[in-house]
Design a protein. Structure first.
Length: 68
């Protein structure tokens, strides 16, 4: 029987913290341009999730305000 080792769960946002502390002077200009593009894509993805969550919250608030 093979036992699996339980690894600690990564803290939310830990990888983002690591990214913000990275030494950018080590990157070439093209690498930095790609990094910016990937970060912009992540911002778009994050905003889409946020908008869905806010819309869901607004719908729930509207539903419960009708019952009052």
């Amino acid at each position: 029987m093979i036992e699996e080792v339980a690894l600690p769960r990564q803290v939310r946002g830990a990888s983002l913290t690591e990214v913000t502390r990275e030494d950018l002077d080590l990157y070439a200009a093209t690498d930095l341009q790609e990094r910016i593009a990937r970060l912009e894509d992540e911002i778009i993805r994050t905003r889409a999730v946020l908008e869905r969550k806010l819309a869901g919250r607004a719908a729930a608030d509207a539903l419960f305000s009708l019952k009052s």
